[in-house]
Ligand binder design. Structure first.
Ligand SMILES: [Cu+2]
Length: 505
């Protein structure tokens, strides 16, 4: 039996009538009263995720328009910083387990503060389920109030939180934000040619960000960050940047929902990796360990194997339902009938599983600049590979499953963290991605040499349509990338390469 039950922040209308939110606010307030070099402080915890404590210009912590007032001193020793700070795992298969451990430690800190203040010892972190009924896509109102019911300053209130339209109205637009990731049934793809990031993210070592996000991280996680933080054309919101995000108390309710979705995904029968490299974490191969300060002054070193399942842990959620996936079999049957395959074909199971059958169909080489008017690329297709795709669609049957096709925006770089990009292929919408973490992933002196972010979209449905319209014979695809808002003329914002891959199944 779990000791703690995490519940919906929107209970009692998401106001301070929800006691759970009121105690969260008081606990956060207590943590915010501690100094930066106290491992039990709010500021120290944000720095465990990522920090710009000493950076002079925005997004330096010293230039954030309060509240909250963010102290930039006293800075802990180099040894303490090296041990604890800048640990967050992004664009990595460690994204789900690292953030689970991080939430557990923060929750323990807030609970200890709540108990000290006379609150309930069963206090647990609330989650913000932006997919819930009614208006739950709106931020719970308690976060937008400047004062607590007693008239004191509200520790949950943040100035640098601008929303999707940059006007301070915080809500999550659904769509493009969706729960479609819950339908993926693979945690990390295994093809050595183009390994899909899968639900949980690509295989990496200790990885602070850069490259490709898994499906859960890409949408909803990255999009919600950018929707909440946004920008106001001068600065961007705390939630829009990994080095600022965990300063905003809404951060932990967002991540609590992401953690809930992962638990729900597992509860539906999907499996986490069984490789030792995942289970034992990066420290097992000599890299940094996952380590958290606990309220009793101890440190907790953890591995993914220790946070693999809620059954090992002392908490649960009051609701583990997320969208019910269409069964993969029905999705495939619909696709085959659209492509004209006869429904009486051989039963599934006879299909030959192609291993490692993945290759480039075409690419647009040379960097593209993203302007307010968008970016446009003509992706030339290799004649032979394109024919292979066409043939697989024409011959589609249960014995010979049609190809899957993916589009990649490779090595997107720049200083625009709060943007979304919507991609069109031959004028058909292929999907939307968010540039959360772009600035940091683009820094040449950063951990991964400024490779930027790479986005991948499944364009199988569009390719099927082009095939059915008999327009897949063209030797190129027209790819258009539209930013969600204006891009200043002097902004850095580029795409390294646009590519299209096929994969046999
Ligand atoms: Cu996050």
């Amino acid at each position: 039996m779990a000791t703690y039950t995490r519940s919906n922040a929107w209970n009692q209308g998401g106001t301070f009538d929800n006691e759970n939110l009121l105690w969260y606010a008081r606990g956060v307030g207590e943590m915010q009263s501690r100094e930066l070099n106290d491992p039990n402080s709010w500021w120290f915890f944000a720095a465990i995720h990522g920090e710009y404590v000493g950076v002079a210009n925005y997004p330096g912590w010293g230039s954030i328009p309060g509240p909250p007032q963010v102290p930039t001193s006293p800075v802990p020793s180099q040894g303490v910083k090296d041990q604890f700070w800048n640990q967050c795992q992004h664009q990595s298969w460690y994204f789900p387990p690292w953030h689970r451990g991080y939430l557990l430690a923060l929750e323990a800190q807030v609970r200890a503060a709540v108990v000290r203040l006379g609150g309930p010892d069963c206090w647990a972190l609330p989650y913000w389920n932006y997919f819930g009924p009614d208006d739950q896509f709106d931020m719970p109102p308690a976060f937008a109030q400047e004062e607590l019911p007693g008239g004191e300053a509200n520790p949950l209130f943040v100035t640098a939180r601008f929303g999707p339209n940059g006007d301070g109205n915080i809500f999550i637009p659904i769509p493009p934000v969706s729960q479609a990731c819950q339908n993926n049934d693979i945690y990390t793809g295994s093809s050595p040619v183009t390994p899909r990031p899968g639900y949980g993210g690509p295989q990496t070592g200790f990885w602070h960000g850069g490259g490709r996000s898994g499906n859960l991280e890409s949408n909803p996680h990255n999009q919600v960050h950018v929707d909440v933080g946004g920008d106001n054309n001068v600065i961007w919101g705390l939630m829009s940047d990994p080095g600022l995000a965990a300063l905003d108390p809404i951060f932990y309710l967002h991540h609590c929902n992401i953690d809930r979705m992962w638990a729900a995904w597992n509860a539906k029968g999907n499996s986490n990796p069984t490789d030792d490299a995942w289970l034992d974490g990066p420290a097992a191969s000599g890299q940094r360990e996952f380590v958290m300060p606990m309220p009793d002054g101890t440190t907790w070193v953890f591995t993914p194997s220790q946070v693999n399942s809620l059954s090992q842990l002392d908490y649960t959620y009051d609701d583990l339902s997320t969208v019910q996936a269409q069964p993969a079999e029905r999705v495939l049957a619909q696709r085959l009938s659209r492509l004209g395959a006869t429904p009486t074909d051989t039963a599934p199971g006879d299909a030959m599983a192609n291993q490692d059958d993945s290759e480039l169909v075409g690419a647009h080489d040379g960097a593209l600049e993203i302007k307010s008017s968008g970016a446009r690329a003509t992706v030339r297709l290799d004649t032979n590979v394109r024919r292979k795709v066409s043939d697989s669609l024409r011959m589609a049957s249960r014995k010979s499953l049609p190809d899957l096709v993916y589009l990649r925006l490779e090595n997107v770089r720049g200083n625009r963290d709060a943007h979304k990009l919507t991609v069109y292929v031959n004028e058909q919408a292929a999907g939307t991605v968010a540039t959360f973490g772009l600035r940091r992933a683009s820094q040449k002196d950063g951990q991964h040499g400024g490779e930027g972010l790479t986005f991948e979209l499944d364009i199988t449905g569009i390719i099927d349509n082009l095939h059915l319209d008999e327009s897949l014979d063209a030797d190129s695809l027209d790819v258009k990338v539209m930013p969600s808002k204006a891009v200043p003329d002097d902004a850095e914002f580029t795409i390294g390469r646009v590519s299209v891959y096929r994969e046999g199944q």
